[in-house]
Design a protein around this ligand. Structure first.
Ligand SMILES: [Mg+2]
Ligand SMILES: [Zn+2]
Length: 221
C-alpha cells in the first residue's frame, strides 16, 4: 500500500474551538474515503490534479473535523496505479496538492493510505479488505472502536466493519442509498454529504452500537 504523511503542514490561521466542539486532546481517527466523498467521482477516474474537483462543503467539513481534534486519514482504492494509468509518484503529487488545499482551508490531513492493487491481485488492502484502516490505526495508535469511516460505497462500510470501526454512508458518490436497504453492521446511517456527516460526528456525538437517524428521512440502516 502507498502511505503518505504530512507532518510539516499546519493549517493556516489559528484554529478556534466553538463551545459545541469536543475538548482539545481528542485524537480519534476519522477515515475518509476519497472519490465520491472528498472529490467528485469520475467514470474515467481522477488521473490529474485538473480532474480533481472538491465536492461542495468537503473542505469545510475537513476543517471542522480537524478543529474538533480528529485525525483525518484518507483511505482510497486506486487500482489505476497498477493498471498503469497513473504512476505512484503522480498519485502522491496529486495527494500533496489535495493536502495543501485542505490545509489552506484550515484543516489538517494526517495521512493518505492508498491501495494501488487491481482487484485480481487479491491484496489485503483493497477495500472491502480492512488493510488500509488496520495499518493506519497501527501506525497512528488510534483505537479502531473509537474511529469512524465516511464512505460513499458499500465496500467502504464493509472495510470499516471488518476493521471494527463505525461508519457513515454519504449519498454523493457511486452508491445511491434506498429506503430499507440493509447496510453493514456498525454503519450508523446515511448522510447527504460529508459536511452533514461531520456535523453529526462532531456536533451530536455518536452512540456506539446503534444506528442513529442523521437527518430526517435519510437514515437507512
Ligand atoms: Mg469512494
Ligand atoms: Zn491493495
Amino acid at each position: 500500500m502507498l502511505v503518505q504523511e504530512f507532518p510539516s503542514m499546519a493549517p493556516v490561521g489559528a484554529p478556534t474551538m466553538s463551545p459545541n466542539e469536543p475538548a482539545v486532546g481528542v485524537t480519534r481517527i476519522a477515515f475518509i474515503d476519497r472519490d465520491g466523498v472528498v472529490n467528485a467521482n469520475r467514470d474515467d477516474h481522477v488521473k490529474t490534479w485538473d480532474e480533481f474537483e472538491f465536492l461542495p462543503g468537503a473542505l469545510d467539513a475537513l476543517a471542522i473535523l480537524s478543529r474538533s481534534g480528529w485525525r483525518i486519514v484518507v483511505v482510497t482504492n486506486q487500482a489505476i496505479v497498477n493498471r498503469g494509468k497513473i504512476t505512484s509518484v503522480d498519485l502522491e503529487n496529486l495527494h500533496q496538492k489535495m493536502a495543501q488545499s485542505i490545509f489552506q482551508n484550515g484543516g489538517k490531513l494526517a495521512a493518505v493510505y492508498a491501495c494501488p492493487h487491481r482487484p485480481e491481485e487479491n491484496c489485503v488492502c483493497r477495500k472491502p479488505e480492512p488493510g488500509l484502516l488496520l495499518a493506519a490505526a497501527d501506525r497512528l495508535g488510534g483505537g479502531l472502536d473509537e474511529a469512524i469511516l465516511v464512505g460513499d460505497h458499500l465496500t467502504d462500510l464493509e472495510a470499516a466493519r471488518r476493521a471494527g470501526c463505525r461508519s457513515i454512508l454519504v449519498a454523493t458518490g457511486r452508491h445511491r442509498p434506498v429506503w430499507g436497504e440493509i447496510l453493514p453492521k456498525n454503519c450508523l446511517g446515511v448522510a447527504p454529504d460529508l459536511i452533514a456527516a461531520v456535523r453529526y460526528i462532531t456536533g451530536v456525538g455518536v452512540a456506539r452500537g446503534s444506528w442513529q437517524m442523521i437527518e430526517e428521512g435519510e437514515a437507512r440502516c
